[in-house]
Design a protein around this ligand. Structure first.
Ligand code: F3S
Length: 107
């Protein structure tokens, strides 16, 4: 069981999650972060600190976003690990809650 980053992280990428992760689980893509399920201890710290509510425990991922479980596993295999937070995009606040952001995911 791991935590899962879902759609609302895309283009928000606040990185608060990276700062609290005790297991260095996060991997960074151009406009989204994912969790390596093999490393995640499911401590849930990242769920608490994400300002846009983008992270769920795996069994609580909303039905419409279940595809993000596989996406975290797939992308964490080749995106680089990130253990130090960076600044979020300057327009991050504009993307919070915008629907259908999966189409904007950059690999
Ligand atoms: Fe994304 Fe939230 Fe982390 S927006 S980068 S999951 S703090």
């Amino acid at each position: 069981m791991s935590s899962v980053v879902t759609e609302n992280c895309i283009k928000c990428k606040y990185m608060e999650c990276v700062a609290v992760c005790p297991a260095d689980c996060f991997h960074e893509g151009p406009n989204f972060l994912v969790i390596d399920p093999a490393k995640c201890m499911n401590c849930t710290l990242c769920i608490v600190v994400c300002p846009v509510g983008a992270i769920y425990m795996q069994h609580e991922v909303p039905e419409i976003q279940r595809n993000f479980i596989e996406l975290n596993e797939e992308l964490s295999a080749f995106w680089p690990s990130i253990t130090t937070p960076k600044s979020p995009p300057s327009d991050a606040h504009k993307w919070n809650g915008i629907p259908h952001k999966l189409a904007l995911l950059a690999r």
